[in-house]
Design a protein around this ligand. Sequence first.
Ligand code: C5P
Length: 424
Amino acid sequence: MNFDLSVIPNKNIILGVTGGIAAYKSAILVRRLKDAGFNVRVVMTEGAQAFITPLTFQALSGNPVHTQLLDPEAEAGMGHIELARWADLLLVAPASCDTLAKFAAGLADDLLSTLYLATKAPVWVAPAMNQQMWAAKATQRNLNTLVEDGVHVILPDAGVQACGDVGLGRMPEPEDLALQVTGYFHRAQRAIAEKFGLLAGKHVVITAGPTREAIDPVRYISNHSTGKMGFALAASCYAAGAQVTLIAGPVSLDTPNGVRRINVQSAVQMLDQSMSLLDQGCDVFIATAAVADYRVAEVAEHKIKKAGDELNVSLIKNPDIVATIAQQEKRPFMVGFAAETRNVEEYAAGKLVAKKLDMIACNDVSRADIGFASDENAMIVFFAEQYHMQKRDLEKASKQEIAQQLVEAMHDALHYEAKDFDHD
Ligand code: C5P
């Protein structure tokens, strides 16, 4: 079957599985949650283990399965309090009447009921049971208590039940549950973005301007980059709630408000600073700098004296900063720029792949009205294939407006990375 899930990175779900025939559906649910990018740890009650083995969940989640409250081995690794803290969501599916009753009463006589009391994470339950048990006054009373206590109840579907009865009590399909969970995290992220900005909580590092490659103590090789695009992006990222560090080559621009600036001269210095910022934790790396492709092989110690009609200076290749950062194990979301004079889209798409970027913004610098020293720009943005996002045309506008649209593109790719899943 084919269905769309939007990937949510770096969120942790504890899936509580209790005793019921619907426990087999939870195995598929683990796969769907993993597909959606969640880290999943499964906690099983004793009843659940009568229907399905911990080994199945271990294999599907890629994590050890937790079955006991005070298992010395588990407590030495991730004990029940760590587990409770680890969770961004506690999802109990299927939730039996017994577990619902324990939650409602505040009992803590097994791992799952203890986690319920110990976690600060939101709790969702997907009750699944015989229709008569679902309708029982005690079950409904417990559910009302849970709703009052802030638990989100996913109502069961109606239909033919395993016992032959017809009525309410079937656990919704795993795909449906996974979509509800991803939808919840998307809404939460959107609410944060609306309140605190599109890049709230992110550390963004931006390289900007030209580099200056010394020939001797008074001369250098450089280019016409003014750094305007990078500085405009730094201002936009800061306005979008990010913590921003700007690694700037020699430019005559004021540091945007709230932005931390590190001045460098050469490409090698720019790379050194980029690498050390990576160690400090960087979520998004934006390379707007026009880095000199070559530097002088041997910088003269003293000013080179005028002599003869020719002077030969031997050049060696500079490191590719953005490509180097993209190769690191803990790589941030990587954004590159491409300034081309022809075959703009083709060259940019090639660089996206060759440099292993997540996103690239390209412009046609042969156009006199936009680009380098201009205050305006027009760009086309491409995303890496795994995002399944359409390219975006950013019409000619001020560099500040273009920067704002680039921030939106980054936010969309960071949070709404869409994937097609082809499931068996
Ligand atoms: O290969 P090209 O210079 O066209 O690639 C442009 C992109 O690569 C820009 O994002 C630029 O900042 C980055 N780059 C880099 N280090 C280099 C050369 C380019 O980070 N040495």
